[in-house]
Each structure stands twice: as C-alpha cells, then as structure tokens.
Design a protein around this ligand. Structure first.
Ligand SMILES: [Fe+2]
Length: 224
C-alpha cells in the first residue's frame, strides 16, 4: 500500500549518505528512480557538493555554485538552502554569497514561504548538536527577521524530533532515519542511539501548517 501517495513533494534534507562516495549516491539515485513522489534533495555535512552535482546532474547550481533552489506547491513557496561547509567538518556555514541569494529570493514575493535547511541556526538543547550548528547563526537570524513572509523553518542534522520557536518563527526537525542522538548525553553508553526513525508529513492549507511524524519502521498492529 502506497502511503502519502498524494504528496506533492518529498524533501530529503541532507546527509544523503554517510560517505558521499559516488557509489553511495548512485545507489540512492537508483532507489529514487521509481519513487512516486517528486523528490527534492539537499546536502548536509556528510555530503560532497561536487560529487552530488556529478551524480544528480539535473540539479542546477545557484550563481555561486551552491545547491540552493526554490520550488512552489500551489500558492506556497519552498526554499531549500545549502548549509554545507567546503571543508569536511560537521558544523554548517551560510556565507555572504548564500545570504545574498536568500535575501534576493525572499524579496521576490510576499507569498507564504517555508525554509528547509540542514543545519539549524539555533541551539536545540543537545550539547553535541549545538556545537555543530550553523556558524553564522546571528547574521542568518538578522536576515530572516528582516522578512515577514517566512512561515516555518524545517531543519535536519540533529537526529532528533525538535519543535521550537526562534525569532518568532516556528521550527521543527524529525528524527533521523538511520541513527538517533539521545536527548540526554550518557543516557546510553554510546554517543548515538537507536530510537524509532520517522518521517514528517507536512500539510499546508489556507496558510495553516500541520506536521505529523510517523515511526514507519515501528508501526505494528496491536490487540486493543
Ligand atoms: Fe548533518
């Protein structure tokens, strides 16, 4: 049974593979060939921008070579940002060139806009993740605050379900689909943990946003 088959878009918010090897990305590309929902890929710290563009050659670079783009669903606008640092480190970056692109995109229209970004520009309350967030958090926040049409920020990277407001904007992340980050350090004997992976189902209608998380690998029948 195909679930959510009426979805108009699927966004995979970066860290597409662990190693960023061409072989791994080709495997992903193969998996997506028959995937029935239009899919929008983003990159995170585990990705390699040039390998991505080599394998997914239908994606366009922005004017500075980053993987940033806009797409629309009905009246709503979605901006997918590139927060990857050039060097292979876990923290994220949003440089002046990327800021200029975002400022320009946000200025083009007053329509409701939803941002997707891999690295959060704020703390989530998990020390290990807060050390490797977006480096330019304040400058990014100032840019965001100068525009009034942003309805929500979706982010990845933290491997946990998180919901918060930041600069008056609601923000959320869903659990990673590989491994998790325990909310409390040392709650398990390893840095990472295994907890239910989930995807988020996002519904937007008449300016109202609804997000449901679904633990797709842990969904079993149970006698009531
Ligand atoms: Fe990440």
């Amino acid at each position: 049974m195909l679930l959510h088959g009426d979805s108009e878009a699927c966004i995979i918010s970066g860290d597409l593979t662990d190693s960023a090897s061409p072989e791994a990305l080709l495997w992903l590309k193969d998996l997506l060939v028959d995937f029935p929902i239009p899919t929008h890929l983003m990159i995170g710290n585990h990705d390699d921008r040039s390998v991505f563009f080599d394998i997914f050659d239908t994606y366009a670079k922005d004017e500075n070579g980053f993987l940033q783009y806009t797409f629309n669903v009905a009246e709503d606008r979605f901006l997918c940002l590139d927060t990857k640092k050039d060097e292979p480190v876990p923290s994220g970056e949003y440089c002046e060139k990327r800021m200029a692109w975002l400022d320009n995109e946000l200025s083009k229209s007053n329509t409701d806009t939803y941002i997707f970004m891999h690295h959060p520009p704020f703390d989530v309350g998990v020390p290990h993740m807060d050390r490797i967030k977006l480096s330019e958090a304040e400058a990014f926040g100032d840019l965001i605050s100068s525009h009034k049409n942003i309805r929500h920020i979706f982010f990845g990277h933290v491997h946990r379900p998180v919901f918060l407001t930041w600069r008056g904007i609601t923000c959320s992340a869903c659990p990673g689909i590989n491994h998790q980050m325990p909310l409390v350090g040392r709650a398990v004997s390893t840095k990472f943990s295994v907890e239910p992976p989930m995807y988020a189902v996002i519904e937007i209608e008449n300016g109202e946003l609804r997000i449901n998380l679904d633990a797709f690998l842990d969904r079993h029948p149970v006698a009531h």
